[in-house]
Design a binder for this molecule. Structure first.
Ligand SMILES: Cc1cc2nc3c(=O)[nH]c(=O)nc-3n(C[C@H](O)[C@H](O)[C@H](O)COP(=O)(O)O)c2cc1C
Length: 385
């Protein structure tokens, strides 16, 4: 078994999001190459060739355009703010774009490159009772239109989130944040939610019963209506904050799971988490991921997500948050038409750290192109006769 000399350094070094940021901020190519050699994550083509080059290019372009870009978009946002507003479980969002859990760290990391208050909100990294170092590496693999990950719920644990991460976030984010909660038992979900219930900063609890990358928890709760209801009940009993149950697409009947959560007291549903997937390295003839399987996300899963959001929105009376492969303003419009009242953006943040900002800034022009006055006008449009 691997000996962990310095758990907190390993936590930082291992996390996909902090890794992307190391690359993003490194100034010289040589420096980046050094980071690549040192970091434990850098074993895949995805990170070496694709992400790294893209991040460097993004940084160079953005630096050049930065001032012009910020001035222009601030004017647009002020002018268009009412058009973009939406409501999620009784809380108003300036716009429907929410950075998805696991792709945005605890938020403050991204505050170094843009004002994260421009987001509708974001969902922070899936948090468990105890700290977790996640799965062994390699735990990222490339696919033609997205990525696989088997990070395995790496996080510092609820105590550190409350005492260290949330105070850092408070300094740069002034909106209610979505807390993403994971667990390996019903009791653990309830414990973490109860601790977060006492935190004023938390607007919603997004309860992840859909992680495919851990054994003995996560997705296990989200594939059976009864177990999904059990977790919902347990969490409902410890908090008055809105509970959003996050569902897995790895089921045959998504509607039955969503309805079970609604009946057990959920205030909303978010979907989809990643799709269970696998890649094999032709040279080694072995699975690319150390965990063998991982979760697929990115543009490849978008049509599946739209289908499931449509089905769930039709069947339940509570708000639905749509995610899975969203990477453009047009994708946001499509998700809203399927019945989502807000949209999360995940893997796109890892290929372009400005993805959420770019999508928000692009929404007014995309709405104009399709003759949409206000986003609230199109929620569920595809369900109309
Ligand atoms: C690297 C990585 C880590 C993730 N970690 C979490 C997590 O901790 N909790 C969670 O609910 N979802 C997690 N997800 C799933 C995303 O939040 C999202 O549901 C999924 O990736 C689909 O959206 P996307 O295609 O926009 O990425 C993670 C996804 C990625 C790529």
């Amino acid at each position: 078994m691997q000996k962990i000399e310095n758990p907190s350094a390993l936590h930082k070094e291992n996390s996909v999001e902090s890794f992307c940021f190391k690359q993003f901020w490194a100034d010289e190519n040589a420096e980046i190459q050094k980071i690549i050699c040192q970091a434990r994550n850098i074993t895949t083509i995805f990170l070496r060739n694709h992400l790294l080059n893209q991040v460097i290019r993004t940084k160079q372009n953005r630096t050049r355009q930065n001032k012009k870009y910020i001035d222009r978009t601030h004017t647009m946002i002020n002018k268009d703010s009412n058009r973009l507003q939406t409501t999620l479980c009784g809380i108003t969002l300036d716009n429907p774009v929410i950075a998805a859990s696991g792709t945005f760290g605890y938020g403050y990391e991204f505050a170094e490159i843009y004002d994260i208050n421009e987001l509708g909100t974001f969902s922070f990294k899936g948090t468990t009772k105890e700290p977790r170092f996640g799965n062994p590496t390699p735990r990222i693999a490339e696919i033609p239109c997205g990525m696989l990950n088997s990070v395995g719920l790496q996080n510092p644990g609820i105590d550190k989130v409350i005492t260290e991460e949330l105070p850092k976030l408070r300094a740069c984010f002034h909106k209610p944040v979505m807390a993403n909660v994971s667990g390996f038992s019903t009791e653990e979900y309830a414990y973490v939610c109860e601790r977060l219930d006492a935190e004023e900063q938390i607007g919603w609890l997004e309860v992840n019963i859909s992680c495919p990358n851990v054994h003995g928890g996560g997705m296990g709760f989200g594939t059976d209506p009864q177990m999904a209801a059990e977790v919902t009940h347990a969490v409902r009993a410890v908090t008055k904050k809105p509970i959003i149950m996050k569902l897995t697409p790895n089921v045959t009947d998504i509607v039955s799971i969503a309805k079970a959560c609604e009946e057990a007291g959920a205030d909303g549903i978010s979907l989809i988490n990643t799709m269970l997937a696998m890649r094999i390295d032709l040279r080694t003839q072995r699975p690319v991921l150390a965990n063998v399987t991982g979760g697929m996300s990115g543009p490849a899963v978008f049509p599946v997500a739209v289908r499931m959001v449509y089905q769930v929105a039709k069947a339940v009376g509570i708000p639905v948050v749509g995610l899975g492969g969203v990477s453009s303003p047009e994708d946001v419009l499509e998700m809203l038409m399927a019945g989502a009242c807000a949209v999360e953006v995940g893997a796109a943040n890892l290929t372009d750290p400005y993805a959420c900002k770019r999508i928000i800034d692009g929404l007014p022009a995309a709405m104009d192109r399709y003759g949409i006055e206000k986003l609230s006008d199109i929620i569920g449009a595809a369900h109309r006769a």
